[in-house]
Design a protein around this ligand. Structure first.
Ligand SMILES: Nc1ncnc2c1ncn2[C@@H]1O[C@H](COP(=O)(O)OP(=O)(O)OP(=O)(O)O)[C@@H](O)[C@H]1O
Ligand SMILES: [Mg+2]
Length: 233
């Protein structure tokens, strides 16, 4: 079943930069997809269209049945609650514990504590951090902090997890561990995963669909693909 669809999508930023030019893509429910390509080719812009951080200049974006480019600002929450987002730079609340950080998307939505607790524990269990529940972010390693971010992103049990260079700041062993966590979320929960990465080892090891971009266009789209070297990185 189709979960994401982009048709004839263009993104021209106000400064005149064309970040995306005629993108056409379909991603099925439960798929695990890598997006690769040289720096500045439009990967993050493509992700931003999916969570409605940016609107396409032209074209049609559908995520989980929602027509994203037509969504009004006050309805964006309807899209956001279907998805979790993980970035390269962990954005944890420094003065809150691991538990509070993971609970945040639920508590800020006015959900009752008795409902929140089992969800937080389940998410922390999935990322293997149940024993760090009372720790503060600065008491954790980089890999552990990123696992907290993953737990926070999945605590709502989203259908889609968007990851923009989630291992960008981590060393190879820790990256491997984080990929294990994301892979198990895909397998255990059936969550659709779209991940931007520059890490050739991760892509080559995982044998997933690989979409390669260059200069705002998709240049290849291969099932069980490999990482292709770019000239610029
Ligand atoms: N808010 C913005 N305003 C103007 N131009 C932008 C904006 N965001 C991105 N761009 C430009 O759009 C192009 C695509 O940027 P994007 O961030 O999507 O690249 P990327 O593939 O994610 O690169 P990287 O691998 O370095 O993260 C670049 O030329 C960038 O400078
Ligand atoms: Mg980027």
């Amino acid at each position: 079943m189709k979960f994401i669809s982009l048709k004839n999508c263009y993104k021209v930023y106000p400064n005149g930069v064309t970040a995306l030019a005629d993108i056409n893509l379909e991603i099925q429910k439960g798929e695990f997809v890598f997006i690769i390509g040289p720096t500045g080719c439009g990967k993050s812009t493509l992700m931003k269209l999916l969570y409605r951080e940016e609107k396409p200049t032209k074209g049609n974006v559908i995520v989980g049945g929602i027509n994203v480019e037509k969504l009004r600002n006050r309805k964006v929450y309807k899209l956001r609650r279907k998805l979790g987002i993980i970035f390269q730079n962990f954005r944890l609340l420094p003065k809150q514990t691991v538990y509070e950080n993971v609970a945040f998307p639920l508590s800020s939505n006015g959900i009752k504590d008795t409902e929140i607790r089992p969800k937080v524990l389940k998410a922390l269990e999935l990322v293997g951090l149940k024993d760090k529940i009372k720790s503060f972010p600065d008491q954790l390693s980089g890999g552990e902090q990123q696992r907290v971010c993953i737990a926070r992103a999945i605590v709502n049990e989203p259908k889609l997890l968007l990851c923009d260079e989630p291992t960008g700041n981590l060393d190879p062993d820790v990256s491997k561990e984080i990929m294990g966590v994301i892979d198990s979320i895909n397998k255990k929960l059936g969550t659709t995963i779209v991940m931007v990465t520059h890490d050739d080892q991760i892509v080559n090891r995982m044998k997933k669909r690989v979409i390669t971009m260059d200069n705002g266009v998709v240049t290849s789209d291969v099932m069980k693909g490999k990482y292709k070297k770019h000239e610029s990185n």
